[in-house]
Design a protein. Structure first.
Length: 129
C-alpha cells in the first residue's frame, strides 16, 4: 500500500497528494488485493485442496475435545463453523477483512505520504511570446 500510494503521488499527481487522496488510493489498492485473495481462497478450497475444509473441521473438533468441552458445545460450534466454512462465505470475509485492514493502514501511511500544494504548472509555448 505504501509503495502504491507513493507511486500514484509521484507518477500521476505531480508529486503532490492530499490526505484524502492518499487514503482513497490505499483503500483501492487493498480492494484489488482483497479481490485477488478472495479468488485464491475460492480456488484453494474448491480446486487445489477440496479436502482442506474437512481437515479444518477435524482439527478444530479435536482441539475442542482436548480442551474438555461438552459434547453439546462442540456440536453447536461445529454447526456454526460449517455454515461459515463455505469457500464463498470465506471469500467475502477475506474481502471485508482486507479492505478494513487496508483502510487502517492507509489512514496511517497517508500521514507520512501526503504532500499538500499544487504542482508547478509547466510553461506553455504561448506564454513565451
Amino acid at each position: 500500500i505504501f509503495f502504491g500510494i507513493k507511486a500514484y503521488r509521484d507518477n500521476f499527481l505531480g508529486g503532490f497528494i492530499s490526505y484524502g487522496q492518499a487514503v482513497g488510493a490505499g483503500v483501492i489498492i487493498s480492494l484489488y488485493s482483497a479481490i485477488l485473495g478472495a479468488i485464491f481462497t475460492i480456488l484453494l478450497y474448491t480446486a487445489i485442496d477440496p479436502d482442506l475444509v474437512q481437515k479444518l473441521y477435524s482439527f478444530t473438533e479435536q482441539g475442542m475435545l482436548d480442551k474438555g468441552m461438552a459434547e453439546e458445545q462442540i456440536e453447536m460450534s461445529m454447526g456454526f463453523m460449517k455454515k461459515i466454512m463455505n469457500p464463498y462465505v470465506m471469500a467475502i470475509f477475506v474481502i471485508i477483512g482486507s479492505v478494513l485492514a487496508g483502510l487502517i493502514i492507509s489512514l496511517i501511511e497517508a500521514i507520512f505520504l501526503k504532500k499538500e500544494g499544487a504542482p508547478v504548472p509547466e510553461a506553455s509555448d504561448s506564454s513565451a511570446e
